[in-house]
Design a protein around this ligand. Sequence first.
Ligand SMILES: Nc1ncnc2c1ncn2[C@@H]1O[C@H](COP(=O)(O)OP(=O)(O)OP(=O)(O)O)[C@@H](O)[C@H]1O
Length: 510
Amino acid sequence: MKTNYLDELNNSQLEAVRYNDGPALVIAGAGSGKTRVLTYKIAYLLENGYEPWNILALTFTNKAAREMKDRIGRQVGEQRARYLWMGTFHSVFSRILRAEASHIGFTSQFTIYDTADSKSLLRSIIKEMGLDDKTYKTGMVQARISNAKNHLVSPTGYAANKEAYEADVAARVPAVRDIYRRYWDRCRQAGAMDFDDLLMNTYLLFNDHPDVLARYRNQFRYVLVDEYQDTNIAQHSIVLQLTKENQRVCVVGDDAQSIYSFRGADIENILYFTKIYPNTRVFKLEQNYRSTQTIVCAANSLIEKNERQIQKEVFSEKEQGEPIGVFQAYSDMEEGEIVVNKIAELRREKDYGYADFAILYRTNAQSRIFEEALRKRTIPYKIYGGLSFYQRKEIKDVIAYFRLVVNPSDEEAFKRIINYPARGIGETTVGKIIAAATENETSLWTVICEPLTYGLVINKGTHNKLQGFRELIELFIGTQGDKNAYELGTDIIRQSGIINDVCRILLPRI
Ligand SMILES: Nc1ncnc2c1ncn2[C@@H]1O[C@H](COP(=O)(O)OP(=O)(O)OP(=O)(O)O)[C@@H](O)[C@H]1O
């Protein structure tokens, strides 16, 4: 239902919503109505001459984008809201990259490697290069490469960078630059981009193709960015590419809530925003609507110790509220019990429902202790952010088939399913295929399509098995145009033998 939303804003929120003449930085304390401001600002732009496709809003989660789009839809009509460009950096940029892939040497069917794919490829490379995998741990190597990409440093730039090399030598991993080069080439051969590439390649696309950049600059007449404190150099640079000329940009964030510095987010971005855009108007949202005064004061007392910050006075007009309790436990088991006992006590005394409680912990592994304690007391609970559907083995297997059908060069998908379900193609054969592909700078798929051309030395039996696999994938490739994803998925799980394999595991043995 359409409401007069401007009435629902306090003065600073209203000013931030209405100011659209130049760069705006909205510093928003926790619970101060940041989402409300972003949502209403977009609605306001739509009512003041902007078309939905002229607005680009970048968020940090798809959930946040969906929720904002729904809210805006209620305000301006779903039909209009549908055409907004709103999503995470990664989803919006992958959409742009698919449309412009040919400019940067990819096809629009490129695969996106998730973290597990990247790690698996790095593991292969480290092995092929004969490096010690205890020194060259995949997680560490991946973090270094990711850090380079988030700073827009290519393998060539990395190899030429004395500082990076010295840091690697000091950490006793001097070969990182060679691994990076190989990883980069292999992703290209596989027609694949990892998450960091989605940012870096967008930057390169805009940087190297001024005509393409001009088109998107023209289209995105207003750019909004949420959680700006967590943007990294790559994200920040793309925003700058798009908005340097017309200066219609609004970023919202809170320097006190920066949580991603470990993965390249740079607090400098928000602190120096006003330097990069000298005409910036700064708006501060300081009233917290979510928490009691006690909680806001406790948070302020910690934040005031930050050495570098943008000054603000967060306050709450809610009641004082109950004091915060601190309990010490001797072990994680005891901690679980204290928390669960407290829940039981509060439910008894204050008549709270189960849904009134939330338990926060730092890492997923800690959930088990709380789960055990809750189960002991038969308290129902729901876990958020556990293993996602798409991370389950069976789903990843089927998706790998889809990936290979769409992009046969995809190395990680290939390795995942070449012998799944088991078809007698062992690691030695896969090693030979990888070696031939690397030597000839081509994909694994090309090698198995023409094993003789690429000098693949295998016996007749293995040759037939590879041919069987190839024919299977070609069959799916041949029919994909006539089938929808559901039908193709059904063919894949039946004809590849996945369904039999899964049922064999599930069926009781007689
Ligand atoms: N002007 C206002 N008057 C009354 N309530 C408000 C106002 N602005 C925001 N709120 C309420 O404050 C709460 C927090 O708002 P919102 O979710 O937009 O904050 P946020 O700044 O995005 O929070 P965070 O960054 O901590 O996630 C919501 O319940 C919202 O309805």
